[in-house]
Design a protein around this ligand. Structure first.
Ligand code: MN
Length: 199
């Protein structure tokens, strides 16, 4: 019997990311948008060989279309929501350390340069999609822009951290000010989680 896909259990309450992300946004983004992707994924895979696969296997094997889109969005949002913690007060001192910092410096020159490049890539992505920090097979880090439901699994790389730039991620709190939303998101990143995702 196939196991149904479910919402990820969050390590924080829905009001805990305020004021960067409001409870109202999470009520919709996590409770309604992601729930809808999960429901669609279950409905589309039911009774097919995909029902016996892992999420990653579905993403690798599904043809372009609704099944891939819903599987991709379940993966993207699960990684997105699980990378956050309650906002820090001082963003300047909230930086990664250890091998994550070392890899970021190796790829981008400095943590600050990485932060600027990821923010700029997310601000400039046209339409709906994601910006991912990914780890290539060789272990090096890079940025990967992903339109719509595209994701690192499809590209054969490990996804470490992502920004969702679909309007539903920020419109209730920031309206058209995507750049302000992205600037604030850095206060929420749990660097220990990002480092754990490294291979
Ligand atoms: Mn989203």
């Amino acid at each position: 019997m196939a196991t149904l896909f479910t919402l990820p259990v969050l390590p924080y309450a829905l009001q805990d990311l305020e004021p960067v992300i409001s409870k109202q946004t999470l009520d919709f983004h996590y409770g309604k948008h992601l729930q809808a992707y999960v429901n669609q994924l279950n409905a589309l895979s039911e009774g097919t060989p995909y029902a016996e696969m892992t999420l990653e296997e579905i993403i690798r094997q599904a043809p372009a279309g609704p099944l891939f889109n819903n599987a991709g969005q379940v993966y993207n949002h699960t990684q997105y929501f699980l990378q956050f913690q309650t906002p820090v007060v001082d963003e300047a001192t909230h930086v990664p350390s250890g091998r994550l910092l070392e890899a970021l410096v190796g790829a981008f020159g400095s943590f600050e340069a990485f932060r600027e490049r990821m923010t700029a890539a997310a601000t400039g992505l046209f339409g709906s999609g994601w910006i991912w920090l990914v780890q290539n097979e060789s272990g090096t880090l890079d940025l990967l822009p992903c339109p719509n439901a595209d994701n690192p699994v499809k590209h054969g790389v490990k996804g470490l951290m992502c920004f969702d730039v679909w309007e539903h991620a920020y419109y209730l709190d920031y309206q058209n000010r995507r750049a302000d939303h992205l600037k604030a998101l850095w206060r929420l990143i749990d660097w220990a989680v990002i480092e754990q995702r490294m291979g």
